[in-house]
Ligand binder design. Structure first.
Ligand code: 2DC
Length: 497
């Protein structure tokens, strides 16, 4: 895609199968695209995912629903999952998983030897985290023995993503007819995902009915059921998707962040200082942290938040964002008719020298407001000089439509250029934008932020080897080889572990 942009310029048309698509990457053009996404935005459907629901007669959750049905489900879930006030109560359970993860790192790390299977350790961390907040359950994945069904669930998600790729181009219906092994593998992967998720959901709901949950911390599933806006079938479908969507995505992003920080000891030290300063508010008696102290901890660690943004710039989970246009729109002088599938390439944008100065350099500080009149963190062409680091961009409009953000952008300020006037919002699109952006965004951001904080104050991270790591496309983008890092414990009186 980056090559096509080089050849054709900032916008080009392509026919994929029977479908016309238009591709862009400049932030200003992405902004225009999202202005016409309508109130029930739709992205490209991953056909094998839909086909599985069809053949197994399972309901679609919020991930795969469309139209008004999607909107009602999404609005109901927003309250408990992505509304600002929903977050603080989730922080203590997330922090307790971080504590367990750090203990595990202490017990399995060895001097000068890379941590064995970092990727799987982080998968387990991510699954434990989502189960803790979604079901209030302790899965015990960070001990020495891992329940076999959890291990299978983790493998099934990776397999589901991997086997989706060839079916982006070959209709799954055909593969099913020919009983191709790939289709069977894909079905089996989703079966494993659903069986495991449903087991948990049933258990949690039956405990709830048995009024056996007194004294147990509240959890998202409980809140969603109590709210009473969705039926159990809908809740189960969406909870399964949330659970499956929360494992590879966050753990791979953390892996990339650690890889980048391990390659920059000075930056790592700077972050460590910030984190140690911010940590002081958690005093001895409150090591687990209350919702308030943990919110403050994250708020006082801006460099950590910028590190996550910077990681997603170079290593986005999704290679593109897509929307079917709800209205005609003019981009770069071309009028694109409503109904067209438009794609914004996150990969191209994040690595383009016209948009980011020295794009290959990992530099979280480029997201900082240029208060001292120093050179702009962004390439001159972008002129983003006055943008403050705004952790909540794009999330402000979690509720209903994206009018608020659009108003703040002001449609008149949208030039045909590289996003001048659109602020940071369309430069940091790792979680998408608008009412269909990632539902798990706040949970993922806090979970990754807390984990980085906990790791940084307890360990120095070093690369075991410096060989370049490429990026593979397995529906989501991931490292081409295992990332090998050495975790060196930091002796410190106030690292209370
Ligand atoms: C992959 O050409 C490339 O958030 C394709 O948490 C177009 C495409 C369509 C849908 C995208 C996908 C790409 C990347 C992964 C995404 C997915 C929609 C949701 C999914 C972006 C860009 C993801 C990672 C979800 C996964 C949830 C899980 C339960 C399946």
């Amino acid at each position: 895609m980056a090559r096509q942009f080089d050849t054709f310029g900032p916008i080009y048309r392509e026919r994929i199968g029977a479908q016309d698509t238009v591709n862009v990457y400049l932030p200003g053009d992405s902004a225009r695209l999202f202005m016409v996404e309508g109130i029930t935005p739709e992205r490209m459907v991953v056909r094998p995912w839909l086909a599985y629901r069809h053949y197994r007669q399972r309901s679609r959750g919020v991930l795969l629903k469309s139209g008004e049905d999607w909107r009602q489900t999404r609005l109901a879930l927003n309250h408990d999952i992505i509304a600002p006030k929903a977050l603080p109560p989730l922080l203590p359970p997330l922090q307790s998983v971080c504590n367990e993860f750090v203990s595990r790192l202490h017990s399995i790390s060895r001097p000068d030897i890379p941590l064995p299977d970092l990727s799987n350790e982080l998968f387990k961390f991510a699954l434990e985290s989502i189960c803790r907040v979604l079901y209030g359950e302790r899965m015990g994945l960070l001990g020495d023995t891992v329940p076999a069904d959890a291990e299978r669930f983790i493998q099934a998600i990776t397999e589901m993503f991997r086997t989706s790729v060839p079916m982006l181009f070959i209709p799954p219906e055909l593969l099913r007819l020919l009983s191709v092994p790939l289709w069977k593998k894909h079905m089996n992967a989703w079966d494993d995902i659903f069986l495991h998720a449903e087991k948990h959901i049933k258990k949690v709901l039956s405990l709830r009915n048995a009024k056996d949950c007194e004294g147990k911390p509240p959890h998202l599933l409980e809140n969603i059921v109590t709210r009473g806006r969705l039926n159990l079938e809908d809740i189960t479908a969406s909870a399964t998707e949330l659970m499956a969507g929360a494992v590879d995505t966050t753990s791979i992003t953390i892996q990339w962040a650690l890889w980048e920080l391990a390659g920059k000891p000075e930056l790592q030290e700077l972050l460590r200082q910030e984190v140690q300063r911010a940590w002081q508010i958690l005093h001895a008696g409150d090591a687990q942290g209350s919702p308030e102290t943990l919110s403050k901890l994250l708020k006082d660690s801006p460099l950590v938040r910028m590190t996550i943004k910077e990681t997603l710039r170079l290593h986005p989970v999704a290679v593109t964002l897509q929307r079917y246009l709800a209205h005609d729109v003019t981009i770069q002088g071309y009028t694109i008719p409503s109904g067209t599938l438009a794609q914004a390439s996150l990969w191209t944008m994040g690595r383009h020298p016209d948009i980011f100065e020295d794009p290959e350099v990992f530099s979280p500080k480029r997201w900082l407001r240029d208060i001292h009149g120093e050179a702009s963190p962004f390439s001159k062409a972008g002129s983003h000089k006055d943008e403050a680091e705004r952790p909540d961009e794009g999330v402000a409009n979690w509720s209903d439509g994206n009018e608020e953000t659009m108003k703040s952008i002001g449609s008149t300020s949208l030039g045909p250029c590289n996003g001048a006037g659109v602020g940071n919002t369309f430069l940091a699109l790792g979680f998408g934008f608008g009412p269909r952006q990632c539902l798990g965004r706040r949970i993922a951001e806090s979970e990754m932020g807390l984990l980085l904080i906990n790791i940084l104050r307890n360990f120095r991270i070093r690369r075991f080897d410096d060989t370049q790591v490429d990026t593979h496309f397995e529906l989501i983008l991931l490292p081409s080889r295992p990332i090998q890092l050495v975790f060196e414990p930091i002796e410190s009186e106030n690292s209370n572990l």
